[in-house]
Design a protein around this ligand. Structure first.
Ligand code: PEP
Ligand code: MG
Length: 313
């Protein structure tokens, strides 16, 4: 029955009792977006714009960027597409944006922080997104990676709104999760990047195999920050999604929904598994699973508790 449901997922995402949860795709270009649309993604929850430019020595022109973003928007007419501004630095260095020889690049000038030194790079990228929107008639949302403070969210929100676009920020740093209410006074949505949020919450390199038990997305401390962020969204009536790898695990996806997130964004190959699982669970069971997982002391017990409450696997 599970395999049949998996093959049969055609969207939209919803729980058995009818709670709508958008199941979106993480993509890096137009071809990826078209492939995700074929797998019944309801849109794009994370366009990783930096991945198209990893091998470039020079900043791509506004025209080249606009054409690339338009190709993604065209794959999802009338649907949500969230464009993330360049997340250069740390594990994704870009020759034209990254500081060479940082002592500690994961804690250095990465993501939105690049705009401190070079605001023009961000301005030109936002111009390109606005141009892609104009050409396609789409209304993309735009979010910044690596936001740590309310002031950063305010500045980003103003730059995005000045172009008639909808601003949001990623929650990847514990300070952002703790300030989620105040971030939502500045921007219209939040998207939780669990890959970096676990790295910065547990102080463990996301690329280290030796520390994978710490960066396990089932860590109760990570779940607690997801809950705090989602509750801020509920209080303000604004969307809070998850776009990190956590959203690709069907069991954890149910827990995230139980914690209150309103959308999930994952690799296109994971969409059917997540969508099919949501379709067979009730919201109340997701809430119970979330509370049970939060009450445990480690990832292994959190997983077992969620499994028990949801009656799966
Ligand atoms: C994340 O950190 O969870 C995220 C989605 O961003 P990236 O993996 O591109 O850093
Ligand atoms: Mg990240």
């Amino acid at each position: 029955a599970a395999a049949a449901a998996l093959a049969g997922y055609r969207g939209p995402g919803r729980t058995r009792d009818g709670l709508e949860v958008k199941v979106l795709a993480n993509v890096q270009d137009g071809a990826g977006a078209r492939a995700a649309a074929a797998r019944h993604a309801e849109g794009v929850g994370l366009l990783r714009t930096e991945l198209a430019f990893l091998s470039r020595a020079e900043e791509p022109s506004v025209e080249e960027q606009a054409a690339g973003y338009a190709a993604v928007l065209e794959a999802f007419p009338g649907q949500r597409v969230v464009v993330r501004t360049l997340d250069a630095g740390s594990d994704k260095p870009l020759a034209f944006a990254t500081m060479p020889d940082e002592e500690n690049p994961a804690l250095g000038v990465r993501g939105l922080r690049v705009a401190r030194r070079d605001p023009g790079l961000l301005e030109r990228q936002l111009d390109a997104v606005a141009e892609a929107a104009r050409r396609t008639g789409a209304e993309p949302w735009v979010m910044a990676p690596m936001v740590a403070t309310v002031a950063e969210a305010r500045d980003f929100g103003q730059r995005v709104r000045a172009r008639g676009l909808t601003p949001g920020v990623m929650v990847e740093i514990p300070s952002a999760a703790l300030m989620a209410d105040r971030l939502l006074r500045e921007v219209d949505f939040l998207s939780i990047g669990t890959n970096d949020l676990s790295q910065y919450t547990l102080a463990a390199d996301r690329l280290s195999a030796d520390l994978a038990d710490l960066t396990d997305p089932w860590q109760p401390a990570l779940l607690a920050l997801v809950q705090a962020t989602a509750e801020a969204g509920r209080r303000t009536g604004k969307p809070v999604g998850v776009c990190g790898e956590a959203a690709a695990d069907p069991l954890l996806a149910c827990v995230l929904v139980g914690l209150g997130v309103t959308s999930l964004s994952c690799a296109a190959s994971s969409i059917a598994g997540v969508g099919a699982r949501l379709a067979v669970v009730d919201t109340e069971a997701c809430r119970r699973a979330a509370q049970a997982a939060l009450a445990t002391d480690d990832p292994h017990d959190a997983r077992a508790a969620a499994r028990r409450e949801l009656g799966v696997e």
